[in-house]
Write a protein that binds this ligand. Structure first.
Ligand SMILES: [Zn+2]
Length: 132
């Protein structure tokens, strides 16, 4: 996948979620069709850590069920790096469990920036985020 399309409102929803949990990492799922995001689903970071996240398994399961029952697909996962980096971390690469785009939100000069990445075989490449 080379790009992912989302709306300004969806981006703001992710930013509000990660900002309200900083300095802890926050996370969530992105449901959609093809390369277009339709819904942003927040999930609790069970790890309650500033440097890693573990999605609450019950909330994750409920989110997967909601995605299925709405005829959507899981097309992305987002989480924050409140203290950086802007890119995926070695932990993210080691723990990548789903073949979906990973959006990382990190503060740059005082405001949250989002970047998309595709991870495969221990490496990653950037996925352009088209914000409409
Ligand atoms: Zn990470």
């Amino acid at each position: 996948m080379h790009s992912l399309t989302l709306t300004k409102e969806q981006l703001q929803k992710m930013i509000a979620h990660v900002d309200s949990h900083a300095p802890l990492e926050a996370c969530g799922l992105l449901a959609g069709r093809g390369s277009k995001i339709e819904s942003v689903l927040m999930v609790t970071n069970q790890a309650q850590s500033p440097v890693r996240y573990v999605m609450d398994p019950i909330e994750q399961l409920r989110a997967f069920e909601w995605i299925d029952s709405n005829g959507l697909e899981l097309i992305g996962i987002f989480h924050s790096h409140p203290t950086g980096p802007e890119t995926v971390s070695p932990t993210d690469i080691a723990q990548a469990a789903y073949a979906v785009v990973q959006i990382i939100l990190a503060p740059v000069d005082g405001s949250w920036h989002a970047r998309g990445f595709w991870m495969e075989d221990g490496a990653y490449s950037e996925v352009a985020l088209q914000v409409l």
